[in-house]
Design a protein around this ligand. Structure first.
Ligand code: FMN
Length: 340
């Protein structure tokens, strides 16, 4: 209710300025213990046990909103059952030149080409270590823009080693459209080699630290439908513990003619829903119960969330829906899903 008053003010600002203002307000409310008011009262649900972790509910925050892990307390107070930070890269990097994020309010959508703007994995570690939230926190890792694609594995291994002891799970992001050639890593042969190498390093780090951390792989919705089965098989056989389906799309279905439709970047929100659902369905079939699947892409209502669970997603993540629906969105989803 209150968010409908604030939204026009936030939406009058440049998207990145609005992001900063919204988080400044949320952090303040979190410090005062008030951010949980947005969630409202939610019926108790059975925790979900997956990948050796306990999730108080199935609704998580997708990567990219809190890239540098500055806002964990406020986000946890909104009711999320898990939070994914990142994408973090081994070295800090500024991302692409601005403007690089565009709102399409008529479509409840965003186009972004942020390009992994982040302070680097080492800078986020102290905040991750000091976190006082009682939900799993995943760390999504990627490669620096300046690292040649042939050396991508070096970046993933460096970031994995840095966050391994601190993350509850780690996501390998090979699906952002905004880092040149990154999505080429999804080709079955490449993905098999990359994920095997990462999984092997994960097993070594598990022995070293005494804790095994699950490794999820996040894929794009733009993989050729005929190849999804092979790609997913390669990822699971290489040792991944979960698949996250999916990232943003480079397609523009449903938004053609919009003033921002030709901006380069990944499209998220309502126009992604149908494509993400279609890909999710294929991913669930290919996975065949071997590992959990996290469904993400265009969730903006309880019906969208329910449909993804019905398609076989074990957990959900949201991003763009939260920006359009406001901080009460998580509580709304939890109430709508209660009893499932
Ligand atoms: C502005 C913006 C930045 C994002 N940054 C990342 C990122 O750094 N890493 C990542 O894996 N996904 C990133 N995503 C993708 C989201 O995590 C999610 O997969 C996608 O937006 C689809 O979900 P949605 O329709 O609920 O937003 C980003 C999305 C948006 C809109």
């Amino acid at each position: 209710m209150m968010y409908s008053l604030f939204r026009p003010i936030l939406f009058s600002l440049d998207p990145e300025a609005a992001h900063a203002a919204a988080f400044a307000a949320l952090d303040l409310q979190a410090q005062l213990g008030l951010a949980k008011c947005w969630r409202g009262s939610v019926p108790d649900t059975e925790p979900v046990h997956l990948m050796g972790l306990t999730f108080p509910n199935r609704v998580g925050l997708a990567a990219g909103l809190d890239k540098d892990a500055w806002h964990l307390s406020g986000l946890a107070q909104l009711g999320f059952g898990f939070i994914e930070v990142g994408t973090l890269t081994p070295k800090p990097q500024p991302g692409n030149p601005k403007p690089r994020m565009f709102r399409l309010p008529e479509h409840e959508a965003l186009i972004n080409r942020l390009g992994f703007n982040n302070g680097g994995v080492d800078a986020a570690l102290p905040r991750l270590r000091a976190r006082r939230v009682d939900v799993p926190v995943g760390v999504n890792i990627g490669k620096n823009a300046t690292t040649p694609i042939e050396r991508a594995a070096d970046d993933y291994l460096a970031a994995l080693a840095a966050v391994y002891a601190t993350a509850d799970y780690i996501t390998i992001n090979i699906s952002s459209p905004n880092t040149r050639n990154l999505r080429d890593l999804q080709a079955p042969d490449s993905v098999s080699a990359l994920i095997s190498t990462i999984a092997r390093e994960g097993r070594r780090l598990a022995r070293l630290t005494g804790h095994a951390r699950p490794i999820a792989v996040k894929i794009a919705p733009d993989i050729d439908p005929a190849a999804i089965n092979d790609v997913v098989n390669a990822i699971v056989e290489a040792g991944a513990d979960a698949i996250i389906s999916s990232n943003t799309t480079i397609r523009r279905d449903g938004v053609t003619g919009h003033v921002y439709a030709n901006e380069t970047g990944g499209l998220s929100g309502a126009p992604l829903t149908a494509l993400a659902d279609q890909v999710l369905k294929q991913v669930v079939k290919a996975v065949a119960g071997r590992v959990p699947v996290i469904g993400v892409g265009g969730i903006r209502s309880v019906e969208d969330a329910r449909r993804k669970l019905d398609l076989g997603a074990d957990l959900l993540q949201v991003y763009t829906g939260l920006l359009y629906r406001g901080p009460g969105f998580v509580g709304d989803l939890l109430r709508g899903l209660a009893g499932r």
